[in-house]
Design a protein. Structure first.
Length: 177
C-alpha cells in the first residue's frame, strides 16, 4: 500500500528480520501478547500480528510481520518486505555470527523495500549477561554508521521490548503525518 493509504489509516507494516533463533518471534509474542516461549521452534510464527498503539492521541496500528522460519534457508521472499515502512533487524548478543549477518540482512531489506524504511538494530537476549559476545558499543557504532536506531532487548525479561517497537512506530508516524 502507498504511504498516502498508510497515513489515512495509520496502518504501518513493520518486518522482523535477522538470523534464525535470535528471538524475532518471541519479541513479537512479548510485545503483542506479553508471552514468552522458552523452547520455541519456528512453528510459533504467525504471518503477522496487528497491534494497536496510541501516538499523540491518535490510534495507530502496527502490522508486524514475522518469518515462518524461512530465514534458515535464506529464502525470505520479496513479498515479505513489500510495503514495509519499518523494520527490526535482530541479532543475538550471545552469538557473534548473528551480529555479523546484519549487513547482509540490511542489504536484503534495502533491496526489497523503500530505502527510507525506519530501521531499528536490536541486540536481543540482554538477560544472558554471562554469555555476551557483542558489546553494546559495537551495536551502537554499526547503527550509527548506517543511520539506524539501536537498542538492546530481552524478550525473556521484557526489557526494552515495547520501546523497540514504539520508537519505530513513532518515527514512522512523525515522517508520514
Ligand atoms: P526466531 O527464530 O528469531 O524467531 O527466534 P525465537 O523467538 O524462536 O527464539 C529462539 C530461542 O531463543 C527460543 O528458545 C527462545 O526461547 C529464546 N529466546 C528468545 N528471546 C530470548 C531472550 O530475550 N532471552 C533469552 N534468554 N532467550 C530468548
Ligand atoms: Mg521465528
Amino acid at each position: 500500500f502507498s504511504s498516502e493509504e498508510q497515513t489515512e489509516n495509520y496502518l504501518f507494516k513493520i518486518v522482523l528480520v535477522g538470523d534464525s533463533a535470535v528471538g524475532k518471534s518471541n519479541l513479537l509474542a512479548r510485545f503483542a501478547r506479553d508471552e514468552f516461549y522458552p523452547n520455541s521452534k519456528s512453528t510459533i510464527g504467525v504471518e503477522f500480528q496487528t497491534q494497536k498503539m496510541e501516538i499523540n492521541g491518535k490510534e495507530v496500528k502496527a502490522q508486524i510481520w514475522d518469518t515462518a522460519g524461512q530465514e534458515r534457508f535464506r529464502a525470505v521472499t520479496s513479498a515479505y518486505y513489500r510495503g514495509a515502512v519499518g523494520a527490526l533487524l535482530v541479532y543475538d548478543i550471545t552469538r557473534r555470527q548473528t551480529f555479523e549477518s546484519i549487513g547482509r540482512w540490511l542489504n536484503e531489506l534495502y533491496t526489497h523495500s523503500d530505502m527510507n524504511v525506519v530501521t531499528m538494530l536490536v541486540g536481543n537476549k540482554s538477560d544472558l549477561k554471562d554469555s555476551r559476545r557483542c558489546r553494546p558499543s559495537e551495536g551502537k557504532a554499526f547503527a550509527k554508521s548506517k543511520g539506524l536506531f539501536f537498542i538492546e532487548t530481552s524478550a525473556l525479561d521484557s526489557s526494552n521490548v515495547s520501546a523497540a517497537f514504539q520508537t519505530v512506530v513513532r518515527e514512522i508516524y512523525s515522517i508520514l503525518s
